[in-house]
Design a protein around this ligand. Sequence first.
Ligand SMILES: Cc1cc2nc3c(=O)[nH]c(=O)nc-3n(C[C@H](O)[C@H](O)[C@H](O)COP(=O)(O)OP(=O)(O)OC[C@H]3O[C@@H](n4cnc5c(N)ncnc54)[C@H](O)[C@@H]3O)c2cc1C
Length: 402
Amino acid sequence: MEFSLSARCQELQAELTQFMDDHVYPAESVYEEQLAAAGDPHAHPPIIEELKAEARRRGLWNLFLPHKTEWTDGLSNIDYAPLAEIMGRSPLASEACNCSAPDTGNMEVLTTFGTAEQQERWLHPLLEGEIRSAFAMTEPAVASSDATNITSSIRREGDEYVINGRKWFISGARHPHCKVLIVMGKTDFDAAPHRQQSQVLVPLDTPGITIHRDMQVFGYNDAEGHVDMTFDDVRVPVSNLLGEEGGGFAIAQARLGPGRIHHCMRTIGAAERALELLCQRAHARAPFGKTLAEQGVVQTWVADARINIDQARLYTFYTAWLMDTAGNQAARTEISGIKVAIPNMALAVIDNAMQTYGAMGVSQDTPLARMYAWIRALRFADGPDEVHRQSIARRELRRWAP
Ligand SMILES: Cc1cc2nc3c(=O)[nH]c(=O)nc-3n(C[C@H](O)[C@H](O)[C@H](O)COP(=O)(O)OP(=O)(O)OC[C@H]3O[C@@H](n4cnc5c(N)ncnc54)[C@H](O)[C@@H]3O)c2cc1C
């Protein structure tokens, strides 16, 4: 593989690093203050809009989109990887640069499968950062890591689809700018297992949609929300179908490859920040007559973190390069591989970083506890570790089948 970063990527890397130093890190405490003052965990602090305007001014906007379109030149996955890593260092950066999940996946789906009308109504305002979106697949009643289990129904009645079902952990639906959901359900319960599902665009204010509660993650009520919601005879025009009837499973697969690698790239950035915090604390704290940095056990944590982060980054770069040169399908073993390896690597680094901070490590006074909670949740989101391991193992075993 080609390891060098393109000139364009290096320019953007420098610009983004400057933006993080000048605007994003200083905005983190402002964001917390504004959120607390609003008295609503799902408020949209004004500092985010200021960051968005500044990111856009610097050309740090919609960097995730790998397609050349009328709106963007499109970066390759390998060019985007180091940029997503930088954004992953702060919980504010992705939204500031209009690169946050689940919008990125939804925008890619709309770019690839959307009709001109769907793109006009939903993709353009998403690319402009005017609205946000959510993706609704998981259901409490069934093991949703196997998407063929989904039971929500999307029944055609004349020129409309009628949607019924219950979904949960739907991220982003509480964002005050969230206007549209991509809902996955079954249009044909009798078709072959991978042809039963379809995806439809559903405006969030459609009658029949009820948000019942926020699902917490380790007790955190995330600003964008992970909601438990129902759809009762929700009606949308048939023109809201994405792609073709029965094509929902294939769209979900197409969406997940880039989504997973983006999560991994950002997670490497979070691990780097945790290591930085660990080292700073190790120099500053001195129990029993010497600094933590002088303790062999802490040096082992630091060394292992450096080794494991660098391995993880190269594995991710390799996966990105494979996606760019051979396609997402050809890279599926590697995409599953990084999806298992990188959150687990980052959790170990963050865990040791929290340990160096003592009690403070699990409190709100460092970003570590929230980082840990989110990355632990990533071991389920976009496919649990076991499912990814299963698909890697199946392919590996198939090569040696008698
Ligand atoms: C913070 C967060 C945000 C999320 N955001 C969204 C969202 O925006 N939209 C959305 O639709 N969903 C979302 N999800 C849901 C997520 O995608 C699902 O949790 C995930 O797909 C697993 O489905 P499940 O929870 O039904 O677990 P199940 O399918 O019930 O699986 C439970 C466990 O079974 C085990 N398992 C499964 N398969 C195998 C196997 N083959 N071999 C061995 N063990 C296995 C795994 O350990 C797995 O964790 C989110 C989840 C979290 C935690």
